[in-house]
Design a protein around this ligand. Structure first.
Ligand SMILES: NC(=O)c1ccc[n+]([C@@H]2O[C@H](COP(=O)([O-])OP(=O)(O)OC[C@H]3O[C@@H](n4cnc5c(N)ncnc54)[C@H](OP(=O)(O)O)[C@@H]3O)[C@@H](O)[C@H]2O)c1
Length: 212
C-alpha cells in the first residue's frame, strides 16, 4: 500500500516506520526540518517529500499533526477527494490540556467538514506512541490489544483495519464519525493513564464482553 504520512513526529514517525517494515511504500512529510524527514526516511527504508508528494496517489494517508497545524497541512494537501485519511489527531489547545471542540461536535467531524470529499476514518488516537514498538514486537501473541476505529466510510474503515493489524493491534469498531464526540475525550483518559499514572507510557487496552 502507498502511504503518505502528514506529520512525521511521534505518531507519524513511528507508525510510518513500522508500516515500512511491513513492506508498505511510505512517504514521510510535514516536519520543521527536511533533514529530519530525510533521516527518518533513510532509517525506515522509505521516502520523504512535500505534503503534496506524500498525498499524490496514496492509498492511505495518516494525518498526525497538532490540532493547531491542521489548517496549514490541509491547505498543502488539497481537497483529498476520494482518498482514505486515517486521523489520529486529538483537538487540543496549545498547551495540550483541553479539548478545543466537543461535545456537540468533534475534531473528526470538523475535519470531515473541512474536507468533505475525503474518506475519513479515526484510529490510533487512543494509544500512546510509546506502545507501538511493543505491540509490534508481540504481534504473534494472542490476544492482541484493541484499538478503537470509527468512521462513516466502511471501505476506509477496512483499509484502516489492515493497517491497524499490521502494527499488531486488533481493530475494535466503535461506530460512525459521530463517535468522535466521545472517543476524543476518552483519548485524554488514555493519555492520563499513560503519562500521569505509574507504570510507564506504553499503555494498551482490551475490552471484553462477558458471555455468561
Ligand atoms: N503522541 C502520542 O502518543 C499521541 C497519542 C494519541 C494522539 N496523538 C495525536 O496525534 C497528533 C500528532 O501527535 P504527535 O505526538 O505525533 O505530535 P508531534 O510529535 O509534535 O509531531 C507533529 C509533526 O508535525 C510537525 N510540525 C509541527 N509544526 C510544524 C510546522 N510549523 N511546519 C511543519 N511541520 C510541523 C512536527 O515537526 P517536527 O518533527 O519538526 O517537530 C512533527 O513532525 C496530535 O494531534 C496528537 O494529539 C498523539
Amino acid at each position: 500500500m502507498k502511504i503518505g504520512i502528514l506529520g512525521s513526529g511521534l505518531m507519524g514517525g513511528k507508525l510510518g516506520t513500522l508500516w515500512a517494515r511491513c513492506g508498505h511504500d511510505v512517504t514521510f512529510a510535514y516536519a520543521r526540518s527536511a533533514t529530519k524527514l530525510e533521516r527518518l526516511a533513510r532509517d525506515a527504508n522509505a521516502a520523504s517529500g512535500s505534503v503534496a508528494e506524500a498525498v499524490r496517489g496514496a492509498d492511505a494517508i495518516l494525518l498526525a499533526v497538532h490540532w493547531s497545524r491542521i489548517g496549514d497541512v490541509l491547505e498543502q494537501a488539497g481537497d483529498l477527494a476520494g482518498q482514505v485519511v486515517l486521523n489520529c489527531c486529538v483537538p487540543l489547545d496549545e498547551s495540550n490540556t483541553d479539548l478545543v471542540v466537543g461535545t456537540t461536535t468533534s475534531g473528526a467531524e470538523e475535519l470531515a467538514r473541512l474536507r468533505p470529499d475525503a474518506r475519513w476514518v479515526s484510529c490510533f488516537n487512543t494509544s500512546p506512541s510509546e506502545s507501538f514498538a511493543g505491540v509490534f514486537a508481540r504481534k504473534d501473541r494472542a490476544p492482541r490489544p484493541h484499538l478503537l476505529v470509527y468512521g462513516d466510510d466502511a471501505g476506509a474503515r477496512e483499509v484502516a483495519h489492515d493497517l491497524i493489524r499490521d502494527i499488531g493491534f486488533e481493530p475494535l469498531e466503535a461506530g460512525g464519525l459521530r463517535a468522535a464526540r466521545f472517543v476524543e475525550p476518552f483519548a485524554m483518559v488514555t493519555a492520563e493513564l499513560a503519562y500521569g499514572q505509574p507504570g510507564g507510557p506504553a499503555l494498551t487496552y482490551r475490552f471484553e464482553k462477558l458471555r455468561n
